[in-house]
Design a protein around this ligand. Structure first.
Ligand SMILES: *Cc1c(COP(=O)(O)O)cnc(C)c1O
Length: 237
């Protein structure tokens, strides 16, 4: 059952901001170097507005349709990221929606298709490439080897701006395993920066339960949902 989370949103958001600042400081990272993406999927616009009223402007949704319904209902200074998997038949709509960042481009094929549609639409979408950091066959994303192999083809796609990598590690039993997965994404980013030609400023990793560990391992963007908005109820969707 969903309790009235809206009343708790300002306090929870404030707590997350403090924990984020603390994690930056512990990791000896500059204050403000990690962006907080408030993941609002499944939550109503009234909840998103609570966060907005506390100064939050960056929001993430994982389903395109849901994002398209919410975006026009929020003030225009909100910035939106699409964080969920994207099917080819929804790419055009996603590009027309004006996301600040499309986070989960998970194959060369999808990147090439998006590049083509972006040319037709005359837009230059910013994207992240999703990496499967734990090598599970069932998961989305480039394997690290695949990404290295396909890097030249990817960087030849000049209509899309590849800003970095993202990952959603499998749920781990111990924090050390999660940290190791985050470290792999950071090392891979570093390797690709060395290869060039892209600066790859973004590393998107870390969610409600592990964002401090992600910051310790170099995250620039953490995606926090339930710790801000409360427990999700998928029932009404
Ligand atoms: C839902 C979601 C999150 C947020 O998860 P929480 O555990 O609620 O913080 C982060 N990233 C992605 C890709 C998600 O789909």
């Amino acid at each position: 059952m969903r309790y009235d989370v809206a009343m708790h949103i300002p306090a929870q958001l404030e707590e997350i901001r403090q924990e984020l600042a603390e994690a930056e400081s512990v990791a000896q990272r500059a204050a403000g170097s990690v962006q907080l993406l408030a993941v609002s999927k499944t939550f109503p616009v009234s909840d998103i507005r609570q966060a907005y009223d506390c100064g939050q402007r960056l929001f993430g949704e994982n389903r395109l349709q849901e994002a398209l319904e919410k975006m026009p209902q929020m003030p225009s200074d909100c910035r939106w990221h699409l964080i969920g998997p994207l099917q080819r038949n929804k790419v055009r709509k996603a590009l027309q929606a004006g996301f600040e960042l499309i986070q989960a481009v998970d194959s060369l094929r999808l990147a090439e298709f998006m590049n083509r549609v972006a040319e037709e639409e005359a837009v230059c979408p910013a994207i992240l490439l999703e990496v499967n950091v734990d090598g599970e066959a069932s998961k989305h994303g480039f394997s690290p080897d695949e990404l290295l192999e396909q890097w030249e083809q990817l960087t030849a796609l000049t209509q899309i701006k590849i800003e970095g990598l993202m990952c959603i590690p499998a749920i781990q039993e111990c924090e050390e395993d999660v940290r190791a997965a985050f470290a792999r994404l950071r090392d891979l980013t570093e390797q690709l920066r060395q290869r060039g030609p892209l600066p790859l400023p973004q590393i998107s990793m870390g969610m409600s339960s592990d964002f401090a560990a992600a910051i310790a391992e170099g995250a620039t963007l953490v995606r926090v949902g339930s710790a801000i908005f409360g427990k999700r109820d998928y029932g009404h969707l």
